[in-house]
Design a protein around this ligand. Structure first.
Ligand SMILES: [Zn+2]
Length: 303
């Protein structure tokens, strides 16, 4: 009897240690897309260093919902395939799409990142506010959160939305649940996440989210520690020279652009100038043109 009891004991130990050893987080470098899915942008910049990871809890898997199993170009299989729910992560910003994306090598592409939750279960996993801010738009499957600095975070394919337009939210507060909502049609169960920012010399554009997601995910998992807030900034040096102002601040994005609900993960859906997304881009172009004209006038006045 003794050898049998010992054998069972070892087996129990093996099972217990397997359950404890979660797979180690790893990620492909930014800009490395699934072969054949387009040309990525190699960009190590963390555009949103203070953000929290958009899923309430891990694990989560950033990869392509179109080029993964169960996706349109995924080569078959189920969206619940274990490969979709495993590391390493894969960037899919700039994956082939037909709408303008100024920061993508092709000038067009997928504007954010697809992220799967811990499982493929619909309407189960909470998505949370990545920063303190205001809910600035709620569409049929999207929620926009705008931070005090103007950065807009966009959550697509949401269900069970737990916030209202105009509501102030704190980082970590429930926003909604990961689902397959897509304007009455079903996509795969995933979160499509965008960050829209004012980039110097370019304008208000969708910026890469990948390294901001990597960093915030490492905070979530405890792999790295968020820097401690150093408190209020030191007092300014006495008598700083008055800066020369050559430029007016960029005006806020016009209200007309706010409700623009982009097409998220759709493939091949063009965004002609008449669509809300096209209108938003046209509005941005208009602002930039006005800015240039204004700048010219001011430069003349000051020089
Ligand atoms: Zn997407």
């Amino acid at each position: 009897m003794k050898p049998l009891a010992l054998g069972l004991g070892l087996a129990t130990l093996a099972v217990a240690s397997a359950a404890l050893a979660a797979p180690e987080f790893s990620y492909d470098p930014p800009g490395k897309l699934v072969a054949g899915s387009g040309k990525g942008r190699v960009d190590m910049n963390v555009y949103a260093p203070d953000m929290r990871f958009p899923m309430e809890s891990g694990p989560a898997y950033a990869n392509s919902q179109v080029w993964g199993h169960g996706g349109m170009n995924g080569g078959g299989g189920s969206q619940c395939d274990v490969e979709n729910f495993s590391y390493p992560w894969h960037d899919n910003y700039c994956e082939s799409r037909s709408w303008d994306m100024p920061l993508c090598p092709a000038g067009e592409g997928h504007q954010g990142q697809d992220i799967r939750a811990a499982s493929c279960k619909d309407r189960t996993h909470w998505v949370v506010a990545v920063v303190d801010g205001t809910i600035t738009n709620i569409g049929s499957y999207s929620v926009y959160l705008t931070a005090a600095d103007g950065t807009r975070y966009e959550y697509l394919h949401m269900a069970d939305v737990a916030v209202k337009e105009g509501q102030k939210v704190k980082q970590g507060e429930h926003v909604g649940k990961v689902s397959n909502q897509f304007n009455g049609e079903a996509t795969t169960v995933h979160l499509h996440f965008n960050i829209k920012q004012n980039v110097a010399g370019v304008g208000i554009v969708y910026v890469p989210t990948y390294m901001s997601l990597v960093q915030s995910y490492e905070y979530l998992l405890g792999i790295r520690t968020r820097p401690v807030d150093a408190g209020p900034p030191p007092a300014p040096a006495p008598d700083p020279p008055a800066p020369e102002i050559h430029e007016t601040p960029l005006p806020a994005e016009p209200e007309a652009a706010a409700p623009a609900e982009d097409t998220g993960c759709a493939v091949g859906a063009a965004a002609p100038s008449g669509t809300p997304f096209g209108i938003a881009l046209a509005a941005v172009a208009g602002i930039m043109a006005r800015r240039r004209r204004k700048k010219k006038v001011l430069s003349t006045a000051w020089s």
